[in-house]
Design a protein around this ligand. Structure first.
Ligand SMILES: NC(=O)c1ccc[n+]([C@@H]2O[C@H](COP(=O)([O-])OP(=O)(O)OC[C@H]3O[C@@H](n4cnc5c(N)ncnc54)[C@H](O)[C@@H]3O)[C@@H](O)[C@H]2O)c1
Length: 308
């Protein structure tokens, strides 16, 4: 049966990658809404396809979203629109808090218009500075302090409350660092790759000992497509990421090696907030649905480079 699928924030890295994948199934009609605050038109699927529509609109504006929902009856919603980026969100806290209006609008309209399933892109940031590793969906306490993380936490709460009160089925997806060719240049892997291929200094905040895990966007999209086409993680919260840890300094060296770059590593003062020391998801719930081996960081960086 044909499904109408809405992706808010679908001109961005993860939303654009999902939209490009989903349009391949001609049975589905994919609709993207984006206001281009960090996204761009060239991340969208080819607009000449007859199962794809794009609306330039603000997910935080009830009026704009209402018009779109009255035009199309959606079966599934992916709500990915959000202000992102550590420095951008720290410098614009009130704009970040506006995203609470976005989730309220989209949930309200979803219930009113009979949406069957609602997917929300939460973040590893809800765990804040980790109290334990790996971070588990239900056992690890949430230690969110910054507006971006608090907003994600509030949005998660809205999803669960809409299920409780209105019966709207949801899946909360806590994304850990996800990279790929559509990522903006201000995120660590894109930034380092760009500096490396131009033989410019690679700048690290702090001493580079902070660890991260990185998931190539294809694994994120393939896993989510599996959730969409099954009842996987229905009315549940799932970490989506890789469990392989690497320090930021090791990452810089790996990118220099793979690209054969002459870049030197330089250091600048650590960020005063927002740069967690450690982050590592417990991905046992994800792996129950997605048993395939994840793309390694080295392979992912090579795939990324092949698109430049
Ligand atoms: N990439 C990651 O590592 C990561 C990690 C954790 C969570 N997330 C979450 O995943 C989602 C997608 O992130 P991304 O990495 O693709 O970032 P991105 O910046 O590439 O995508 C976000 C998109 O949302 C759009 N947008 C923002 N506010 C909007 C609004 N009010 N109305 C309409 N469009 C709006 C932007 O223009 C952009 O296209 C976000 O919700 C983000 O918080 C991403």
């Amino acid at each position: 049966m044909k499904r109408n699928i809405l992706i808010t924030g679908g001109a961005g890295n993860i939303g654009g990658s999902l939209a490009r994948c989903l349009v391949e199934n001609k049975q589905d009609n994919i609709v993207v809404v984006d206001n281009f605050i960090t996204g761009s038109r060239n991340k969208l699927p080819n607009e000449n396809r007859n199962n794809f529509q794009f609306f330039e609109a603000d997910a935080n504006s009830m009026q704009e979203m209402k018009d779109i929902f009255s035009e199309i009856k959606f079966d599934v919603v992916f709500h990915y629109a959000a202000l992102v980026g550590v420095e951008r969100t720290i410098n614009n806290p009130l704009l970040v808090l506006e995203d609470i209006e976005g989730i309220k609008n989209i949930l309200k309209l979803s219930v009113k218009n009979g949406v069957k399933r609602f997917f929300f892109s939460s973040s590893s940031e809800v765990y804040g500075e980790p109290v334990e590793l790996p971070q588990h969906e239900s056992r690890t306490p949430l230690n969110a302090k910054l507006p971006y993380a608090i907003v994600k936490n509030v949005c998660e709460s809205y999803c669960k409350s809409y299920k409780q009160v209105h019966g709207l089925d949801y899946t909360i997806m806590r994304f850990f660092n996800t990279y790929g060719p559509l990522q903006s240049q201000d995120f660590v892997i894109s930034k380092f790759i760009n500096q490396a291929i131009n033989h410019e200094d690679i700048t690290i905040n702090g001493d580079g000992s902070q660890t991260r895990t990185f998931l190539y966007v294809d694994d994120n999209v393939n896993f989510i497509t599996k959730l969409l086409n099954t009842d996987g993680c229905l009315n549940d919260t799932v970490n989506i990421g890789s469990s392989e840890q690497i320090t930021i300094l090791e990452l810089a060296n790996l990118i220099i090696d793979i690209t054969g770059s002459k870049s030197k590593i330089t250091y600048q003062p650590a960020l005063t907030e927002g740069d967690m020391t450690r982050r590592q998801p417990d991905i046992s719930k994800m792996k129950k649905v997605y048993s395939r081996e994840l793309i390694s960081l080295e392979e992912g960086i090579k795939k990324y480079l092949s698109t430049i």
